[in-house]
Design a protein around this ligand. Structure first.
Ligand code: ADP
Length: 159
């Protein structure tokens, strides 16, 4: 069984993340979306909230599961017998950072590859930070996030 890890912060999951997860789900037996729990990053949603939002947003994909880890992603991948990591690539600006990460991960765990996928072009400019900024300023981001995320953002930001 080929199992792949899709790691990230997912604060919150957007339609861009979902696009990548859907593509990966057609290629691998199992996709594990793994929330990297980095206490140094200030997040809007708690880990549990992010897990629930991802579960709800991927309920139509029966080979996608959600996990969280505080350990190194390559160690998590090894422990779970994953063949590879998947990352989304939107633009040249993503490339530099992703290239570095992929090479560092390969040096730590040569048996685990990093694969890059491009989302549909309508999500190329999308990231979680932009979504949160638009939402905080009262803009409509309903076409960029799953419905559950839209509702969660509204309620979180109205508090
Ligand atoms: P990280 O902090 O690891 O970058 P993110 O949650 O921001 O975590 O992103 C996780 C992964 O999803 C990264 O590979 C990122 O490039 C990818 N990603 C984020 N937004 C999009 C998008 N709109 N389209 C495609 N991939 C995306």
């Amino acid at each position: 069984m080929k199992n792949i890890i899709y790691p990230g912060t997912f604060d919150p999951i957007t339609n861009g993340h979902l696009d990548i997860a859907e593509r990966a789900a057609t290629l691998f037996d199992q996709v594990m979306i793994v929330i990297a729990n980095n206490p140094r990053k200030n997040s809007l949603f708690t880990i549990d909230e992010r897990i629930d939002l991802i579960k709800d947003s991927t309920s139509h994909l029966n080979n996608v599961i959600v996990h969280t880890t505080e350990s190194l992603i390559v160690n998590f991948a090894r422990d779970n017998n994953s063949v590879a990591l998947i990352r989304g690539l939107r633009s040249i600006s993503d490339f530099e950072y992703e290239f570095q990460m992929a090479l560092m991960n390969r040096s730590l765990a040569p048996e685990i590859s990093t694969l890059f996928m491009m989302p549909d072009e309508k999500y190329m400019h999308l990231n979680s930070t932009v979504v949160k900024e638009i939402a905080a300023l009262g803009g409509d981001m309903s076409t960029y996030v799953p419905e559950v995320v839209y509702t969660a953002l509204k309620s979180k930001l109205s508090k």
